[in-house]
Design a protein around this ligand. Structure first.
Ligand SMILES: [Zn+2]
Length: 78
């Protein structure tokens, strides 16, 4: 397993419903997004409407990075 870059220093988002650190996963399905990484709710999927089960939170890691960069840029300006 090779881990490169600043992934470990990257701030992991919290899923809004549970306030828990999201899991970083990789798209395994063949297609245009194969190999892309994304954050999801850490809970296991369960019956719909159950507060304890996966809330369906999803965010691409690249979107997350872009968001953090924008935030850092706006903070640097202030
Ligand atoms: Zn959640």
């Amino acid at each position: 397993m090779v881990s490169r870059g600043c992934q470990s220093t990257l701030q992991v988002p919290l899923c809004p419903a549970h306030r828990e650190r999201c899991h970083l996963r990789t798209v395994k399905k063949a297609g245009p997004n194969k190999g892309r990484q994304f954050y999801t709710c850490p809970r296991a999927e369960g019956p719909a409407g159950q507060r304890e089960s996966n809330c369906g939170y999803f965010q691409w890691q690249s979107d997350r990075i872009a968001q953090l960069k924008r935030k850092a840029a706006s903070e640097a300006k202030a």
